[in-house]
Design a protein around this ligand. Structure first.
Ligand code: SAM
Ligand code: SF4
Length: 457
């Protein structure tokens, strides 16, 4: 894959990342608690009926300089224990608002470093879920792990607690890159850990980042070749998000020099080619999965979904209920974002309150636009009739709501980024790099906004 430089320059403009629609900078702090409770209760009658839980564990042992996540560097065991107890209380507050007949289809532990928690805490929380909720058959129970902390004993403990998918944050295999980003390498060779987990029937994901200091085309190719040889079920190659005004430690990376937008794209293209040759299918902007993986099958059937936790299939997709600091509940009708502040979080839960700091309640029109953008970003395909059927409105109305102007797509068609299939829109493989630019054409909010967005690449 080689994307022409002039197209990269043309489309490297400020644009939403569309991890949610509307994007998080449209959320507001002007709301009343009762509106959130009402939104939670309303979600019981909405689709999808399944429940996805997201748990945020913010603690890490040391700060990786590139990190863009909500983290808290601490070795304070009491602080961690107190947080675990608060999460348990929050689970009960949440449960009191959920219909007991609804089933859990997905639990995702993210962070921070969830596997930095003593195993016993993880097991206690998982036991509570099993005690208080019913699950679908084969739910997806996933956890993000730092391989610098992951021993075989710990992995076995996670399996006993019910986890069936582990994501290992590799970022890069090169020693000098890891040193530059202040990150410890895996304590167990990744191939050995992968083989062990596969022998226990656990899915293995590996995370990488492109755009870090000292990464060259040759070094990143080596990292990708090594990644493919390990044979994980899925891989993610994140584009490094540089936000030093928000994450001061990232300034350290500037001293070593960061690749420019085009150099970053060339690194991604290496990942795309190496992983493609190794039999991995490219999913969305940054995911890769084996051809027989359920994500690849769902993409082939144009039935892929996604939430803040990543891509999912129809079976595992649920409305997301977040626990812990900074989590965002992603309901059919609302986004509810929790405070990022540990103390405010603990105080709220202690007082029996939900720790929500920002919200957005979706209108019918926004739900339709969200579906259009999700269809394009997940399945690279927009089927007008299918959407009209789902939302019980005419195709004419859907086009009107989404600010659809066919002439805006003409350039993308000429450049080979989209094709029309009857009136439906297909994003081609070479066009997927501009997925967000294409999706933005269907976003009426962008027509008249004072919000700032980071550049596409
Ligand atoms: C929040 S981390 C959680 C896992 C664990 N703490 C670890 O580092 O392995 C999840 C993933 O987010 C990605 N990530 C973190 N900061 C990023 C940034 N600034 N830009 C792009 N990806 C980032 C990394 O690939 C990381 O593996
Ligand atoms: S990348 Fe992971 S381990 Fe590193 S600071 Fe961020 S959350 Fe913690």
């Amino acid at each position: 894959m080689k994307t022409p430089t002039e197209l990269l320059n043309k489309y490297n403009v400020p644009i939403p990342r569309y991890t949610s629609y509307p994007p998080a900078n449209f959320f507001t702090d002007q709301f009343e608690e009762k509106d959130c409770i009402e939104a939670l209760k309303q979600s019981n009658d909405d689709d999808p009926q399944n429940i996805s839980f997201y748990l945020h564990i913010p603690f890490c042992s040391k700060l990786c300089f590139y990190c863009g996540c909500n983290t808290h560097i601490s070795k304070d065991e009491d602080l961690i224990k107190e947080y675990v107890n608060t999460i348990k209380k929050e689970l009960f507050i949440l449960k009191s608002n959920l219909d007991p007949n609804r089933k859990v289809s997905q639990i995702h532990w993210g962070g921070g470093t969830p596997n930095y928690l003593p195993l016993q805490h993880v097991q206690e929380i998982m036991s509570l879920f099993h005690e208080h909720f019913t699950f679908i058959n084969n739910p997806e129970i996933a956890i993000e792990c730092h391989p610098g902390h992951l021993t075989f004993e710990y992995a076995e403990g996670l399996i006993e607690a019910g986890f069936n998918r582990l994501s290992l944050g590799i970022q890069d295999f090169e020693e000098d890159v890891l040193k530059a980003i202040n990150r410890d390498p895996a304590i167990i060779p990744v191939k050995e850990m992968r083989d062990y987990l596969k022998s226990r029937n656990i899915s293995v994901n590996l995370d990488f980042i492109y755009g870090l200091p000292l990464q060259t085309k040759d070094s990143f190719r080596e990292t990708m070749i090594q990644a493919a040889l390990i044979q994980p079920d899925r891989l993610v190659t994140f584009s490094y998000a540089h936000v030093p005004w928000f994450k001061k430690a990232q300034l350290q990376l500037e001293k070593l020099g960061l690749p420019n937008a085009e150099e970053k794209v060339r690194l991604f293209e290496i990942a795309y080619d190496v992983l493609g040759q190794a039999g991995y299918k490219s999913i969305g902007l940054d995911h890769f999965a084996k051809e027989n993986d359920e994500l690849s099958i769902a993409l082939n059937n144009r039935s892929l979904h996604r939430n803040f936790q990543g891509y999912c299939t129809r079976e595992t997709t649920g409305q997301v209920y977040a626990l812990g600091v900074s989590g965002i509940s992603q309901l059919e009708g609302a986004y509810l974002q929790s405070t990022k502040d540990l103390n405010i979080y603990k105080q709220a839960i202690h007082n029996g309150k939900i720790p929500i700091e920002k919200v957005h309640f979706l209108t019918k029109e926004e739900k339709i636009t969200r579906d259009i953008i999700n269809q394009l970003m997940c399945n690279q395909y927009l089927d007008w009739n299918q959407l009209a059927l789902k939302h019980k409105v005419s195709v004419y109305d859907i086009k009107k709501i989404s600010a659809f102007e066919p002439q805006l797509l003409a350039a993308f068609e000429e450049e080979g980024s989209i094709k029309f299939v009857n009136e439906n829109i297909l994003i081609t493989e070479s066009g997927k790099f501009f997925m967000r630019n294409i999706a933005a054409l269907f976003d009426p909010k962008l027509k008249n906004t004072d919000k700032n967005f980071s550049k596409a690449l």
